[in-house]
Design a protein around this ligand. Structure first.
Ligand SMILES: Nc1ncnc2c1ncn2[C@@H]1O[C@H](COP(=O)(O)OP(=O)(O)O)[C@@H](O)[C@H]1O
Ligand code: SF4
Ligand SMILES: [Mg+2]
Length: 323
């Protein structure tokens, strides 16, 4: 299985008043066609920055300073700007958490969808794009799609706006979709509907999916593989079913214990004590060590992401002892 997306040693830095901050610091990841990778980690762990870097959407003064980002064999960091722009949207697309800011309030949903279809060369004129636009809205589960094309974003409910944004992201028939907390604003039923749609596209069209989410239950159901991020680094990755049952990093263990479980809602929750380290102040040692129940003096030395079983990686010197 060769990967559609292959990222090695990605480092993305933001200058801040307190010094440079590497929001993604040596990130490696791969996603194959037809595969869904779940990306989890507390807020601020670098999930969005990692994938904005992949898509070439990091806003200056933020900058990708190191690493290789290969999409379908091509090194995106060496691609001319215009070619990267052509790839984005058409081959790689982003669906964000915040549908309100992604949609333009001054144009109808139909205008925005049609414009996108024309921009991707899938129709010559916006009028010609209308049937495709209606089909896309229908695909994301918006009833009476053809009529709703003439609505403005404010006439849509939050859930519908979220789905309209996903429709726009899908308009160019991308091969890779980065879905950054795409269902946060949706209720349980709509969430399942959107995730079902993404599942279908993955299975039928071979869509590669990066699903960034707080919801480990969603990852468990929808993603064969999971990657856990902490303080700008990948700390664990592997087959979801195995990682959830037997994590190989104390942070993953902590995340699992801090989440409610559907089948056992009364189980006491244990939030991870302590704070995420200040990225402007991190040293070369394990970034989790101020919160880690297994920490020993050697954890102050650099800890590489190392093999921890078949297809599994962990950035912990005591990976085998995590129960
Ligand atoms: N525009 C920015 N300017 C400065 N720092 C930023 C910027 N965007 C992100 N960061 C830094 O990167 C960290 C990770 O951000 P992000 O990738 O958005 O986290 P996540 O998506 O995991 O919640 C933030 O905590 C912050 O330190
Ligand atoms: S390397 Fe040490 S501090 Fe870091 S997670 Fe493993 S045991 Fe904990
Ligand atoms: Mg984010």
């Amino acid at each position: 299985m060769s990967a559609l997306l292959e990222v090695r040693g990605l480092r993305t830095v933001f200058p801040t008043r307190r010094g440079p901050v590497a929001a993604a610091d040596g990130v490696d990841l791969t996603i194959a066609a037809g595969e869904a990778l779940g990306v989890v980690g507390e807020s601020g762990s670098g999930k969005s920055v990692t994938f904005l870097s992949v898509l070439g959407l990091v806003r200056p003064p933020g900058r990708v300073v190191a690493g290789e980002i290969r999409f379908d064999g091509r090194d995106l960091r060496r691609l001319p700007r215009a070619e990267l722009r052509a790839l984005r949207g058409r081959q790689m697309a982003l669906a964000m958490q915040d549908a309100l800011s992604a949609l333009n309030p001054a144009f109808t949903i139909g205008q925005q969808l049609c414009e996108t279809l024309v921009a991707h060369g899938l129709a010559r004129t916006e009028a010609e794009a209308r049937p495709q636009a209606a089909a896309l809205l229908d695909k994301v589960g918006i009833p009476s799609a053809a009529q709703r094309l003439d609505d403005y974003p404010h006439q849509f409910s939050g859930g519908m706006r979220q789905r309209a944004m996903i429709a726009i992201a899908l308009a160019g028939r991308p091969r890779l979709l980065v879905a950054d907390e795409p269902t946060t604003a949706l209720d349980v039923t709509l969430r399942a509907q959107v995730l079902d749609l993404l599942d279908d596209l993955r299975r039928q069209d071979g869509l590669a999916l990066a699903l960034i989410t707080h919801d480990l239950a969603v990852v468990a159901e929808r993603c064969a593989r999971v990657m856990v991020m902490y303080a700008g680094q990948v700390v664990e990755s592997g087959p979801t079913a195995e990682v959830i049952v037997a994590p190989r990093h104390p942070y993953t263990r902590g995340l699992l214990e801090s989440l409610p479980r559907l089948e056992d809602p009364d189980r006491p929750l244990h939030p991870i004590p302590g704070q995420v380290p200040d990225l402007a102040r991190v040293d070369a040692g394990c970034r989790f060590r101020n919160r880690c129940p297994l920490a020993v003096p050697d954890c102050a030395k650099p800890v590489p992401l190392a093999e921890a079983g078949v297809g599994r990686l962990s950035r912990c010197i005591r990976a085998a002892e995590v129960a």
